[in-house]
Every structure is written in C-alpha cells, then in structure tokens.
Design a protein. Structure first.
Length: 394
C-alpha cells in the first residue's frame, strides 16, 4: 500500500478546546504565583524576572509565551559554574564566558521548570476529557485514509484526541489494554513500520515515569499508561538529568517543551519516533501537515528533505487564515508562510500564483501542493472537496 504521513500540530487540537499557547501561558502564571513551593523556592520570582525581561526584549510583550520562559529558566540553570571536582564532560563550556546578571538561584530555576511541565501535563490531560466536539469526523477522515494508505501520524501535541478517534492506532507500546505501565519495545517498533500508527513526538499525557520501577527497567525510562488519571501520578521525574555534549544537561520530562526539543528527542521512545519520522517522510506518497505553525525546525528539516526528493510527494497544508490564503499573503506574510514557501516548497504566492478550488482550497500551479485555509473542523466537514483536490494533485 501507499503511505500517507500526517504531521499534526497545535492548531488541530485548539478546535477541540485544548488550551492555546496564550491560555496555557496564562494558566502557568496563575498556578505559579500563589504556589507555596514556588514562593519558598523562589520559582515565583524566577517566573516574573524572566517574563519581564522577555517582555522588554521581544517586539511585543504579548509575544512572550511559556516555551520562551521554560527555555530561559532551563538554560539559565545550566549557566552556573560546575563543582571544582567535576570532570570536563560535566563542565558547561560557556560558563567562563557568561556573567550572571540575575538574582535567581539554581533551586528557583529548577523548581520553576518542574512546575511549568506539571501545569502543562495536567491542563492538557483535563482537556482530553472535556472536548465539546464530536470526534466522528476525525474518525471518518482517519479510517478513509487507512483504506487507501498505510497511515502514519506524527503529532507534536500532548493530547490524545487522535487516539480517542482511532483507538486501534499503534503507539509504539503494546496494544492490549493494561491497568499498569506499558514498556516501549524497540525491536517490535521497527518490525511494525507498515502499521497504521500515531506517535507523540513531543510526549503525551499517557507517558510517565513509573514508581516503583518495573523489572528490567532503567532509571528515567518512559512508560505508557492507558489511564490518563494514572499517568498523572507518574508524570514527574526528580532524579538525574541527561547529559548534553557541551557539559550541560536537560531535565527529564513526560512532555517536551521549550525551544531545544531536538536534544530532548535523544531518549526512548522519542528517538525512535524521530528516526521513523525521517524514514516515513522519505517514503511518503502524500503528506498532510495539519495545524502546524512550522516552528519546530527539527520537523521542518525532514519535511524539506521529503519535498526536495524527486519525485516529491504532494503535500497538503491544513490551517486557518482569516481571509483566503492568496488574499492574506498578497502583501504580507510571517514566519509560517516563509517556512511554508521555502521548507515545504508550497509555491502558492506572488508570481507563483495558485488556483482557488471550492470554499477553502488553493492549489499550486505545479500541482504538487495545496493549502486549505478554513480550519481543521471545516476541512473534516468537506470530504468531497478533498477528493476533488486529490484528483488534481500529481
């Protein structure tokens, strides 16, 4: 069978009322500032200092979001001098070139990072059980793909809406229901590369660090919990960090956030997901990118490689713009549109033109790409228009 590869981003989940970037940022602040442990550790001060510095530095104060704050807190934690007895590989190499300019302690920064991840995990977990929309249209879309393609879905979202809609999708973990933690099996994962699947590239509300440790497990191993309520109990890890090559470390978390996600993908099972993403994209017969702001440059890398291949798989980009895409981008465009044009080679703009089809589609003149600009739910509600588009694409 041919292969359909889907890259799913936050824009798809927002319509199911998963929190937007602005909402989760506000929720983190709401929970950080009055928290007793944050106050005693200095995490509340760390949040305020970092936020205020970024508000004065970025173009607009409202541009500051939780990933910026987490990234700064995490990297500031790594800027402190190492112990005098630390071996060279545990000495952050930039420390002698940096001057500490904040009153923040490592304790405060580490506490803040932990709290941010806790709030993200729990907020998205709650959202998974409070979806006001039916998942029937999503289930129909996925099952339709499965009839024609080996369907491989890579989501950067933490929620499980896709799995709720299509519970038979392979996740990289054993399929039979279990009340306990499920262990990732690398050999099985690579033997099932033709299974319909969904992989949570940046973590999931079903992942956690079980305690006590199951037999034969290693400290820091992530396991899958079928029950989200049970997963929350195991979401946090307070043990050792993971080393990076510059002498710094990154903190182990069940969901990956911040601006250095690629480093955090070098752990099981994310390392396998990322490797499989590259393979699947290079063997794709059609690629869907849904609700992505194209800010995850490590994902763009393999989208770019897939689109540079000859022949290139056709790519379908589903998102929302207030006006039709050609009208919106006639005289103005942002970071997403730049990545769309250059990395994904979706040449729909300016002299490259594009043809409007139906209510929401614009197809490129080379017939290798198309954009739906009316949002994910309206895309799911218009299967006939999708069929017409697919008939026109190469």
């Amino acid at each position: 069978m041919k292969r359909a590869i889907l890259i799913v981003g936050a824009g798809a989940s927002v319509e199911y009322e998963a929190p937007s970037t602005a909402k989760i940022t506000a929720e983190i602040e709401r929970q950080v500032m009055p928290d007793g442990w944050m106050k005693s550790s200095g995490g509340d001060q760390a949040f305020q200092v970092i936020k205020q510095q970024l508000e004065g530095y970025l173009n607009e104060p409202r541009d500051v979001n939780f990933e910026h704050i987490y990234h700064c807190a995490h990297e500031l934690f790594n800027s402190f001098p190492a112990s005098s007895r630390a071996m060279n590989e545990y000495r952050p190499l930039l420390t002698p070139f940096l001057e500490q300019k904040t009153p923040l302690s490592q304790t405060a920064l580490r506490a803040l990072c932990g709290k941010i991840v806790d709030v993200i995990y729990k907020t998205y977990s709650v959202a998974c059980g409070a979806n006001p929309l039916g998942l029937g249209p999503l289930a129909t879309f996925i099952s339709g793909l499965q009839r024609e393609f080996v369907t491989r879905i890579y989501t950067t979202n933490y929620d499980d809406f896709i799995l709720q809609a299509a519970p038979d999708l392979y996740t990289g973990f054993p399929s039979p229901p279990s009340s306990g933690p499920k262990r990732f099996g690398p050999k099985e994962f690579w033997s099932r590369d033709n299974d319909h699947a969904v992989f949570h590239l940046h973590g999931s509300v079903h992942l956690g660090f079980p305690h006590p440790l199951p037999a034969d497990s290693e400290i820091g191993d992530l396991y899958w919990f079928d029950d989200r309520a049970e997963a929350i109990k195991h979401a946090r890890f307070d043990g050792s960090d993971v080393s990076r090559m510059d002498g710094t470390t990154f903190m182990r978390t069940s969901v990956i956030t911040g601006l250095d996600k690629l480093s955090r993908l070098q752990q099981r099972p994310m390392a396998h997901y990322y490797a499989a993403l590259a393979r699947d994209l290079m063997h794709a017969d059609v690629i869907y990118v849904i609700g992505s702001g194209l800010t995850d440059l490590h994902v763009n890398t393999w989208l770019r490689e897939a689109r540079a291949a000859r022949p290139a798989a056709p790519i379908i980009f589903v998102d929302y713009w207030q006006e039709p895409f050609l009208q919106t981008t006639a005289f103005d465009y942002g970071s997403k549109e730049i990545h769309l044009f250059h990395d994904l080679r979706v040449h729909i703009k300016g002299p490259f033109g594009g043809t409007r089809i139906g209510d929401g589609w614009t197809i490129a003149s080379d017939l290798s790409s198309a954009i739906w600009d009316r949002g994910f739910q309206r895309f799911l509600a218009a299967p006939a228009e999708l069929e017409e588009l697919l008939a026109r694409l190469k």
